[in-house]
Design a protein around this ligand. Structure first.
Ligand code: ATP
Ligand code: MN
Length: 479
């Protein structure tokens, strides 16, 4: 057996009492031919390995270069130097893999996030990305724990779908037809009957419709999987491939839905605060340093930890779309024509600048907007009695904008069919979806949380490309 190592995070938590430990990791730095800073990815804190002078031959010492991988067996002793509690006094050092320091792209200096995106295969080895991805992991774990503890069933909805009815975004086509000479119908259109699935298929934009099928049998389900949208917009909060969590609950109305979403967001933030304190403090410092370079009015009013604490201890502001439009319309910002898209009145779709004004300037906290005009929302949202709005809700977060989109679903077959007809959505294709309304329909609701946007919120990373391992965006699918 090769692996009886102790992770460095665990080593650093011990009291040094000359006990023997085996560690393995990568060299972050090597000073004075004697002090190795070793990192194994379990924490940003390095273990100082001491290679006593004269104990190891020059041949070996020369190979201890940045990012070389080592196996070290030694004894843990209190450190004589400042800056660390303990040293690992090396008895044996084995080079597992050499690293040519001249060619290694990560130098021991500060690299820009843009540069690190170009070497995304190595960026996990930096402190920033070490912290980001450990936090991302914790959030994913907390999500499963939250729903599991509440008795939700984790449902895997298909990645390849034939339904293009939801209209959540532009889709990627899935096909095995040849590009150069696809089979055609008499009228010249492509004959998808010849395609792999015998019909035209796409990568999913949302698992919601299938999720509703699960909820109307299990009661409560959630999905957590990849989602694809061919959004041809290069923003700091859109990816072409992102992960979404979509809970769907039978016997829930809009208010139940909002309550769950709020509880859920708080729970996962608290989980990260309790389990990733060190990483969050590192990220908070990183963000503070980054913000020092911004003009005063562009800086966040709260530090990262402060912001997360604030969210844990303050209710989200809840208001209707109609109330939000009034606030925006009357705002000085609008009167002074500072919005790129001026507030024209009731019925308009809110742009991200409006959402951010509400959360960052007006309320200074997360906001839940509800009851949007039916014309700007999807067909499945429950129609309110006023005939103008639907029981939709979006949660908006400071620095991010929309983080959750959800609604109570239209459970009344007649109303649903009428709305689909108005919106030219073919009922024949969604026969399976409509069956839930035919056989024991129930009030139900659900929402979608963008996992990367949530991770951005918790880590303070301003670009969504920096919270997913290998981002897919227009013109970019390296790695
Ligand atoms: P936006 O208006 O920001 O494009 P949306 O209205 O298209 O969002 P929904 O269809 O409601 O979003 O999707 C649910 C959630 O998925 C959003 O609240 C957001 O957190 C996330 N999301 C949507 N599109 C993307 C994307 N392209 N990249 C990353 N996350 C996304
Ligand atoms: Mn969108």
């Amino acid at each position: 057996m090769f692996n009886k190592r102790t992770k460095i995070k665990e080593v650093l938590a011990q009291e040094p009492m000359s006990q023997e430990v085996t560690v393995m990791g990568w060299v972050r730095s090597f000073r004075n031919n004697q002090f190795i800073a070793l990192n194994d990815g379990s924490t940003n804190n390095n273990l100082q390995v001491v290679a006593q002078l004269g104990k190891f031959n020059d041949e070996l010492l020369k190979r201890i270069t940045i990012s070389a991988s080592l196996k070290v067996i030694g004894t843990l002793v209190p450190s004589l130097g400042k800056g660390q509690k303990m040293d690992l006094n090396a008895a044996t050092i084995e080079i597992l893999g050499d690293s040519d320091a001249e060619k290694y792209p990560l130098q021991p200096k500060k690299h820009s996030l843009e540069f690190l995106r170009e070497i995304a295969h190595l960026r996990f080895r930096t402190n920033t990305f070490g912290s980001v991805f450990r936090v991302r992991h914790s959030l994913a774990y907390a999500i499963h724990k939250f729903f599991n503890d509440k008795g939700f069933v984790y449902m895997h909805t298909p990645v390849i779908t034939a339904s293009d009815a939801e209209g959540a975004g532009e889709m990627f086509r899935v096909t095995t037809l040849p590009f150069d000479n696809p089979p055609r119908n008499e009228d010249g259109s492509i004959n998808f009957k010849e395609d792999f699935f015998g019909r035209s298929t796409n990568l999913t934009v949302s698992g919601q419709l299938e999720g509703e099928l699960g909820a109307t049998a299990f009661g409560d389900i959630y999905t957590f999987g990849p989602t694809f949208r061919a959004e041809n917009s290069n923003t700091a909060r859109h990816l072409a491939e992102f992960w979404m969590i979509e809970p769907e609950m039978a016997f829930y109305d809009l208010e139940d839905n909002m309550n769950l979403a709020e509880e859920f967001i708080r729970y996962i933030i608290k989980y990260a605060m309790d389990n990733n304190r060190e990483d969050l403090e590192f990220l908070a410092q990183r963000l503070a340093d980054e913000e020092k370079q911004l003009p005063q009015d562009k800086r966040a009013e709260m530090g990262l930890i402060e912001k997360l604490e604030f969210v844990l201890h303050n209710n989200f502001e809840r208001l209707t779309y109609t109330e939000a439009i009034d606030i925006l319309k009357e705002s000085n910002h609008n009167k002074k024509k500072k919005f790129q898209y001026p507030i024209t009145g009731w019925g308009m779709d809110l742009q991200s600048e409006h959402e951010r004004y509400l959360v960052e300037k007006h309320f200074k906290k997360p906001v839940i907007l509800s009851n949007y005009p039916r014309e700007i929302k999807a067909f499945y949202m429950r129609q309110n009695d006023d005939g103008k709005t639907v029981a939709a809700m979006d949660i908006l977060a400071p620095g991010i904008g929309e983080i959750v989109g959800g609604s109570q679903r239209e459970e009344r077959l007649e109303k649903l069919l009428a709305r689909m007809k108005e919106m030219n959505i073919p009922a024949e294709e969604l026969w399976w979806y409509l069956d839930t309304r035919r056989f024991g329909t129930v009030p139900h609701a659900g929402f979608g949380l963008g996992f990367e946007r949530m991770t951005q919120f918790v880590t303070g990373m301003t670009n969504i490309r920096d919270v997913i391992a290998f981002p897919r965006t227009p013109k970019s699918a390296e790695f």
